[in-house]
Design a binder for this molecule. Structure first.
Ligand code: HEM
Ligand SMILES: *[C@@H]1O[C@H](CO)[C@@H](O)[C@H](O)[C@H]1NC(C)=O
Ligand SMILES: *[C@@H]1O[C@H](CO)[C@@H](O)[C@H](O)[C@H]1NC(C)=O
Length: 538
């Protein structure tokens, strides 16, 4: 909850680059959620491992924020700008047997990301988001997040500079990756604002005998509990204890060589303001260094208004049960007051006609408040209504009301005419189930309804995406398994009922319910974890 109380006093920094909101629904909604839903109502928990900057799962010597940032650098630095190969592509997770990638940082990082890794969140996008989130958790600058990275699926070329690598070869690696001497100094100084050198990985640098189970980390600056410029000022005033500056064996003093290669840049970095702006900028360039085949999105800004549909299903009377919530951005500076706010929905029928008003209620859990990255604050309003099955729904608008002034404002999904909802295929969540047996594997039963005018002989398919472990990396493959639904014959008038069963041993698996034919449509990205664990009698 610390983000929630902090939010009110945090002024949003002006964005450095053009940013945009997504149009809902978007395939990037999942990553937007991981970025925004960090604490409070409907939290996604992506930042749980970095709840404080110093947190390291209570393991001696470990700092998760530092590990996430280091992972971003080691993955990126083998980019070849001229050839357009490598960069932030998760190839690091295939390269952990190399001497240039020592330590537990990379395995630790992915083991936390693995629960979030799926078809909507590549391992490489998670690494990039991790850099933004870790920097934010340490009170550092905003690192704008773009999505769209594609995982390499195999190792790339080696070339991460090591402490003993000479300056010329080190600079060469940065230049090959698209950075100059100034960039190198800034990236290393910013990267070494938190964390340190571990005795278990570098006994010769730390001067501490490597002993399993007794890891001592010598920090890069006096206080690595927040992201700040001490690493620079301590160096310039000759008081640094940075182990990569003061190691007995001077060959291993890479930070000393790098920092001295451009003292003018170090002097610039010595003010708080410059340090923050230069670090935000160089970290953004670091994570946006990708193979040329990858097209990144614009910087993703949190939605001003984001709908979440929990259920659109058919009830026993043949009407539609429509429930979910609307998340309103109430961050300081948006002009929106979370205590003077009301929301309703205005939906149109299947043919786009009419405007039926649906009330919402502010969520009670956690006061409906969610805290996000960089002091973002959101407040959510829940709805739960019945829609006539005969006329259905095609879209809705969100009406925002300020009760004190009675002012109203209509939100139409970035001028696209509204938030589209499709009632051709309905996922019957409450009668579907996941029966966990006594083995790791379970059987899922999915019930769905298709509108009679859309069903015909069109195939309805369950596309279940499961993780499969593979050799050489901690990042599992995502394997799609298709199973045909069968008609059950039991449905209210106007609808056709379907059911499918499938086995899974991945409780994080996701699935789509896809209708084929001339006008294909699908209910996408549903989660096995959200299924009821007992099966209702059919
Ligand atoms: C020539 C460039 C660099 C060299 C030779 C270098 C070297 C090192 C070494 C030897 C460690 C200790 C690792 C361990 O004990 O397991 C370390 C840690 C770290 N490095 Fe670098 N580094 C370089 C550049 C960077 C850059 C550009 C970043 C990020 C932008 C970065 C981020 C980090 C972080 C956050 C840690 C702390 C990890 C922890 O505490 O677990 N490094 N680096
Ligand atoms: C762990 O290592 C430190 C640094 O060398 C040493 O002072 C300490 O006694 C060690 N602790 C244990 C339990 O061995
Ligand atoms: C210093 O480190 C380098 C690189 O690891 C090594 O080759 C050299 O032998 C070391 N020198 C001493 C005196 O230990």
């Amino acid at each position: 909850m610390k983000y929630l109380t902090a939010a009110a006093s945090v002024a949003l920094a002006a964005p450095l680059v053009a940013a945009s909101q997504l149009v809902w629904p978007s395939k990037w909604d999942e990553l937007e959620d991981l970025m925004t839903m960090q604490s409070g109502y409907d939290t996604r928990g992506f930042s749980d491992a970095v709840v404080t900057c110093s947190f390291g799962n209570n393991e001696q010597g470990r700092q998760n924020t530092a590990e996430w940032i280091r992972t971003g650098f080691h993955d990126m630095i083998t980019h070849n700008a001229a050839a357009g190969t490598g960069g932030l592509d998760a190839s690091i997770f295939w390269e952990l047997d190399r001497a240039e990638n020592p330590g537990a940082a990379f395995t630790n990082t992915f083991s936390f990301f693995s629960g979030f890794y799926n078809t909507r969140a590549s391992a490489s996008d998670l690494v990039a988001l991790g850099v933004s989130v870790a920097t934010g958790a340490c009170g550092g600058p905003k690192v704008p997040f773009r999505a769209g990275r594609i995982d390499a699926g195999k190792a790339g070329p080696p070339g991460v500079p090591e402490p003993h690598t000479n300056l010329e070869k080190t600079l060469d690696a940065f230049v090959t990756a698209g950075f100059d001497n100034k960039d190198m100094v800034a990236m290393v100084a910013c990267g070494h604002a938190i964390g340190g050198v571990h005795s278990v990985d570098f006994p010769d640098i730390t001067g501490i005998h490597a002993e399993v189970g007794n890891d001592t980390t010598l920090p890069f600056q006096n206080d690595v509990s927040t992201f700040h410029n001490g690493v620079v000022t301590e160096f310039l005033n000759g008081k640094t204890k940075n182990p990569l500056v003061v190691a007995k064996n001077d060959t291993l003093n890479s930070d000393k060589r790098i920092f001295n290669s451009d003292r003018a840049t170090m002097k610039k970095l010595a003010t708080r303001t410059n340090f923050n702006s230069m670090c935000g900028d160089i970290f953004a360039r670091m994570v946006d260094t990708v193979p040329k085949s990858v097209q990144l999105t614009d910087v993703i800004d949190p939605y001003d208004v984001k709908p979440y549909i929990s259920e659109l299903s058919l009830d026993s009377k043949g009407d539609l049960h429509f429930s979910g919530f609307i998340r309103m951005r109430a961050t300081h500076g948006t002009g929106r007051n979370q205590d003077d706010l009301a929301v309703t929905l205005l939906y149109a029928d299947r043919n786009g006609k009419g405007q039926v008003e649906v009330p919402t209620k502010r969520a009670q859990l956690q006061s409906g408040l969610t805290g996000g990255l960089n002091g973002e604050l959101f407040v959510s309003f829940e709805f739960d209504t019945t829609i006539k099955g005969a006329t259905g729904i095609s879209k809705f608008l969100v009406k925002e009301i300020t009760p004190s002034t009675k002012a109203t404002r209509i939100h139409d999904n970035q001028k696209t005419g509204g938030y589209k909802v499709n009632d051709k295929v309905l996922y019957q969540l409450s009668t579907s189930c996941n029966q966990v047996g006594n083995s790791a594997s379970s059987t899922i039963t999915i019930n769905a309804m298709v509108r009679s005018d859309c069903a015909g002989d069109n195939p309805l398919t369950l596309k279940l995406t499961q993780k499969k472990a593979r050799k050489g990396t901690d990042v599992p493959a995502l394997v799609v398994q298709s199973t045909a639904f069968k008609k059950t014959g039991k449905a209210p008038k106007g609808w056709v009922a379907y059911q499918v069963k499938a086995n899974t041993d991945d409780q994080f698996a996701r699935f789509d319910i896809a209708l084929g034919g001339k006008n294909p449509t699908a209910v996408e990205f549903q989660s096995v974890g959200a299924l009821p664990e007992t099966c209702a009698k059919q």
